[in-house]
Design a protein around this ligand. Structure first.
Ligand SMILES: *Cc1c(COP(=O)(O)O)cnc(C)c1O
Length: 306
C-alpha cells in the first residue's frame, strides 16, 4: 500500500450556464494539498515502478516555482525514496528562502542542485546528470514535468465512463503529458482542447508521441506572454471566478485556461459543443509565490477566502 493507493475519483462541479454552454469542472485539485491534480496522476505509476524495481533515488527537473518539483519531493518523502531536484537558474542557490516552492522541496528532504539555464536545457544529457548517474546505482531519472509513458497511463484515469457524456474536454498544457492521457481515454466523437500555459510550439510533437488519436487541438492564444506571466485582467478574472464559484484557480495553468474558455464562448468563437468538461489540474501551491510577485509589481493580489 503506497501513498498513491489512497486516490479517490474526483467530483464534477457544475457552473452556471454560460451563453447556452454547460461547464462542469472536474476537481482534481482536491486530490491532495501538495501532490494535487495531474501531478498525482503523473507520479503514481512512476513511483510504483521505483518501489518495485528498488530504485534508490529519483532525479527530476524544474523551475523555482515548479508544482512538479514540489509534488515529487513530497511523494519521495511519503514513499521513502530520496529525491534530487535539478533547479533552473543558479541565482536561486543563495535565495531558496525567496521561493516557497524550493523551501518546501528542501523541507521534504529533496537534494536541490542549481544549474544555469544553458545547462538546464540539456536535461538528461547534461554533465551533472551523467555524473550522478554514473555514481549512483539505480538512480531513476524522471523527465521535466514528469511526462513519460507511465505518467500518461496515470492521466488516462482522470476521465471516468460517466464523462463520456461531454462534447468537449478542456485541460492545461505544460509538457503535454496530461493532455495525451486525457485524449487516450476519450471517445472519438469527443474533442480535447488543450490550453498552452507557455509559448511552446513543440508541444504537439510530445502529445503525438503518446497518443494515436486525432480528436484534439492545442490553443496558444491564452499564454499571457509566457510561463508564469500574468496580467491584471487575468488576476481580476480569477478573483471574480472564485467569488462566483468558490473554486480557486492557479495563476500559471488553470486560471489561463478558464479565462480562455470564457473568452471563446463570450466572443462566439466556441464551436466544440455545449456540454463542456474542464479538468482542474490543481497547482494551488503556486498561489502564494505568485502573490509575492504581484505585490512587488503592485498588481492586485489573488484573494481566495474571506
Ligand atoms: C504541471 C501542471 C500542468 C501541466 O501538465 P503537463 O502534463 O506538463 O502538460 C497543468 N496544470 C497544472 C495545475 C500543473 O501543475
Amino acid at each position: 500500500m503506497t501513498f498513491f493507493n489512497a486516490v479517490k475519483s474526483t467530483t464534477n462541479q457544475s457552473l452556471d450556464i454560460l451563453e447556452g454552454h454547460r461547464i462542469t469542472v472536474k476537481r482534481e485539485d482536491l486530490i491532495h494539498k501538495v501532490v494535487s491534480g495531474n501531478k498525482f496522476r503523473k507520479l503514481r505509476y512512476n513511483f510504483e515502478d521505483y518501489l518495485l524495481n528498488d530504485k534508490v533515488s529519483v532525479l527530476t527537473f524544474g523551475g523555482a516555482f515548479s508544482n512538479h518539483l514540489a509534488a515529487t519531493a513530497y511523494a519521495g518523502k511519503m514513499c521513502k525514496i530520496p529525491t534530487i531536484g535539478i533547479v533552473r537558474g543558479e541565482e536561486w542557490e543563495n535565495k531558496v528562502e525567496g521561493s516557497r516552492t524550493l523551501n518546501f522541496c528542501r523541507s521534504q528532504g529533496m537534494d536541490l542542485r542549481f544549474v544555469s539555464r544553458a545547462v538546464y536545457r540539456e536535461k538528461e544529457k547534461g554533465s551533472l546528470v551523467k555524473e550522478l548517474q554514473s555514481k549512483m546505482r539505480n538512480l531513476a531519472v524522471l523527465p521535466e514535468g514528469g511526462t513519460n509513458e507511465l505518467a500518461v497511463k496515470g492521466c488516462e484515469e482522470i476521465l471516468t465512463e460517466a464523462d463520456q457524456q461531454f462534447d468537449a474536454i478542456c485541460c492545461c498544457i505544460g509538457t503535454g503529458g496530461t493532455m495525451a492521457g486525457l485524449v487516450n481515454s476519450t471517445l472519438n466523437q469527443q474533442f480535447v482542447l488543450g490550453f498552452n500555459a507557455l509559448n511552446n510550439p513543440e508541444v504537439s510533437k510530445t502529445i503525438k508521441a503518446f497518443t494515436q488519436k486525432e480528436n484534439w487541438s492545442v490553443f496558444s492564444n491564452y499564454t499571457f506572454g509566457g510561463y508564469a506571466k500574468v496580467s491584471e485582467e487575468l488576476i481580476v478574472f480569477m478573483n471574480n471566478f472564485y467569488q462566483q464559484y468558490q473554486i480557486p484557480l492557479d495563476p500559471i495553468y488553470t486560471g489561463k485556461m478558464l479565462f480562455g474558455i470564457f473568452d471563446l464562448i463570450k466572443s462566439k468563437q466556441w464551436s466544440w459543443g455545449k456540454n463542456i468538461l474542464v479538468i482542474h489540474s490543481g497547482g494551488l501551491q503556486g498561489i502564494e509565490p505568485m502573490n509575492l510577485q504581484l505585490k512587488k509589481k503592485r498588481l492586485p493580489l489573488l484573494h481566495y477566502g474571506e
